[in-house]
Design a protein around this ligand. Sequence first.
Ligand code: NAD
Ligand code: UGA
Length: 449
Amino acid sequence: MKKISVIGVGYVGLVTAACFSDLGNHVTALDVNEERVAGLKRGEMPIYEPGLEELVNRNVQAGRLHFTTSYPEALKESEFIFICVGTPSGGDGEADLKYVESAARSIAEHMQAPAVVVNKSTVPVGTGDFVADIIRKAQPKPVDFWVVSCPEFLREGAAITDFMNPHRTVLGSLHREAADKVAQLHLPLRAPIVITDLRTAEMIKYASNAFLATKISFINEIADVCESLGADVKEVAAGMGFDTRIGKQFLEAGLGYGGSCFPKDVKALAYMAEEMGHEPRILNSVMEVNGRRRELAVRRLEQALGGLQGRRIGLLGLAFKANTDDMREAPSIDIAEALLAAGAQVRAFDPVAMPAAAELLPKVEMAQDAYDLAEGCDAILVVTEWNEFKNLDMGRVRESMKTPVIVDGRNLYQPQVMRNMGFDYYGIGRGYNENGIIETEIEVRPHAA
Ligand code: NAD
Ligand code: UGA
């Protein structure tokens, strides 16, 4: 049992606190947002994340997990202090470190006993040194501390599973003993542990996110070519993925990557490269290709309807991906704004993101469910790949619509099945030409025994 403080109870901090307490540690989680902390004390989650509420409340009841807004209370006797605050994009694409800086200052002011300060936020290379410097200078009296970088690789919507089953744990420090202590804490996760220096660990995080974003922009570019040449990108991706050097994951073509991480992290890495005098050609292309995906969806609706003025468009899904309520950099925002600017009337339905979306998109009317959304629509655009959209009664959807146009931004449906049902259906990269979508079922034959 170790004593741990977690600074910041957002997606990463709350999951980190809940999971470490579930592993038998004593965790105090702190946030400067009083409303968040008060809610957590009442057992209310500030974010939607599958399995989180049960995990948090069980560990609170077991006395292993506490929430506070008080730094002195949080840091009392802590052996490990995890920084999990946000690092949003600044004006030029750089990571804004104001929250990290203020957390480091508060840690310096209130730490009483020697501790390892573990940074889990995604931070520019060199931030570990910056944090160490702030703490050293801001301490009222010297207390020993060591900074370790431990970037987080969890995905929203699968955060608990990802935290508990990481592909690897990366630890960076100039102090091997401190890194070893953090390694011990992660041993129950039974994942390979990569121990390196601070700067390398910080770069591993950016390079990993940028590589995954590159895969997405790559397959989106291939999707466009597939479409023109009459090939099906879903099957191209499946056929590529059997090669383990390529892998099956992150080859879903669609509306491009969104969320609180890839957009800001690719930008921040490009900024770092430029600062060092390197032209980030690949990263710039990744961002450019990604930006065009949202325009493509709007253009496709416009073409299918012969104009958007006065048309009623239904957005099926709003969150940047399924299983989250996170609307940060969600493609739905740009798409809804472009549709409204073109004179369309926009309605939307999302199983969990509507409260967050309503604040950002006040002119979008929220529907009760997918069927209510379809009522009187000229077209539906599938924005988020929620499971509950996969098996809708499409006959009922079609009957409710004014004109049965579906632009499937997530390739959720089978083009031919949809066409046979009477929909005017457009997927992404699904090889349609003047003869209609060419569809072949992928066939994998097991080799003879
Ligand atoms: P978030 O915005 O959900 O949460 C950040 C929390 O920190 C907020 O509750 C905020 O009130 C709090 N905070 C800000 N300043 C504070 C301070 N000085 N003291 C205490 N609390 C403070 O952010 P997030 O999505 O959890 O991301 C946190 C970091 O982790 C970012 O660097 C992000 O890039 C990285 N990351 C995020 C994910 C993800 O899936 N969201 C995954 C891996 C890494
Ligand atoms: C991503 C990474 O996957 C995590 O490893 C990382 O820890 C996190 O960023 C972070 O640093 O914060 P997340 O943003 O939660 O996690 O979600 P992803 O599942 O990676 O999806 C990101 C975006 O890419 C979504 O908009 C998703 O729809 C899109 N995507 C993903 C595709 O368009 N195609 C794909 O094949 C995969």
